[in-house]
Design a protein around this ligand. Structure first.
Ligand code: NDP
Length: 277
């Protein structure tokens, strides 16, 4: 018996970054895992890493869909039920920021809808659709937020920041509602983590490396002096999803950011100018 054997876990956004590292960790601990995203090649990389970590092929369910489509959400849930018979854990990790040349208060309404659609609405929809199944198993939900949620302002990306602030409050409300049925809900708030996040915004590797080097070298940005790795966040996600270890934690947003939110200097820098955007 390993830590999660017999548990059925859905991880959205597991074709890259934090979601991939989380899938690998759950596989190591014996879980049955549905991995999902839009990019089938990247999902295959995740699958291979899960098998290398000790996961069994029959315990990996791959679903290639867009999470912002209602049909895509239904496919994730139905194929998990068909394959594993139940849902014990839902990790709402998929998320993104987008750029279209507009910034700050001038960000377009298209951006507003796109960002809220994936970072907030898709989480709400997944929770509504899985609720009955999670109640049956007395399951766990972990949402992935961000320190961008505040309380410091992030004027360069107000919709991304606000979508995560909305998610934090939603986590608290849903946690208090669902704990009466035995379902625990929590969230994780990472700081800067080296993932595909900036690539997904359309920024090249050099810009990401420049931004991360800048943050890591300044104590007012990241006191720990280093950017996080996806594995650092995955450990926390798995801990929160583990009822044996985290049963009394309800509705919390746990920060893992190398100290960034304690000093609050990161958001005060004008990244737009620094990166030449
Ligand atoms: P990545 O870009 O590396 O991973 C994002 C994942 O989300 C990918 O697997 C991507 O899959 C999936 N995704 C995005 N949009 C969709 C969609 N419409 N449908 C289905 N899947 C989608 O970024 P991270 O690992 O960094 O991001 C994970 C979470 O962590 C996000 O919620 C992010 O906001 C949060 N976060 C990240 C931080 C960081 O510094 N990296 C800091 C704070 C929070 P695909 O492209 O295959 O569709």
């Amino acid at each position: 018996m390993t830590r999660f054997s017999g548990k059925s876990v859905i991880i959205t956004g597991s074709s890259n970054g934090i979601g991939r590292a989380t899938a690998v960790l759950f596989a190591r601990y014996g879980a049955q895992v549905t991995i999902t995203g839009r990019d089938s090649d990247r999902l295959e990389v995740t699958r291979q890493k899960m098998l290398k970590a000790g996961g069994l092929p029959e315990n990996v369910n791959v679903v290639v869909v867009n999470l912002t489509d209602s049909d895509g959400q239904d496919q994730i849930i139905q194929s998990t039920l068909n394959r594993f018979g139940k849902i014990d854990v839902l990790i709402n990790n998929a998320g993104a920021n987008f750029m279209d040349g507009t910034m700050n208060t001038d960000q377009s309404m298209d951006l507003y809808h796109k960002i809220f659609r994936i970072n907030f609405q898709a989480v709400v929809e997944m929770i509504k659709k899985t609720k009955e199944h999670l109640i049956k198993t007395k399951g766990e939900i972990v949402n992935i937020s961000a320190i961008a949620a505040g309380p410091q302002a992030l004027p360069i990306a107000p919709y991304y920041a606000a979508s995560k602030a909305a998610l934090d409050q939603y986590t608290r409300c849903v946690a208090v509602d669902l704990i009466q049925y035995g379902v625990r809900v929590n969230s994780v708030s990472p700081g800067v983590v080296t993932t595909g996040f900036m690539n997904a915004m359309g920024l090249p590797d050099q810009i990401q490396e420049k931004a991360e080097a800048f943050m890591a070298s300044r104590k007012e940005c990241i006191p720990a002096g280093v950017c996080g790795k996806p594995e650092d966040i995955a450990e926390l996600i798995v801990f929160l999803a583990d009822r044996k270890r985290a049963s009394y934690i309800i509705g919390q947003s746990i920060v893992a950011d190398g100290g960034s939110s304690l000093v609050g200097g990161m958001h005060a820098h004008d990244l737009k100018d620094m990166l030449g955007l």
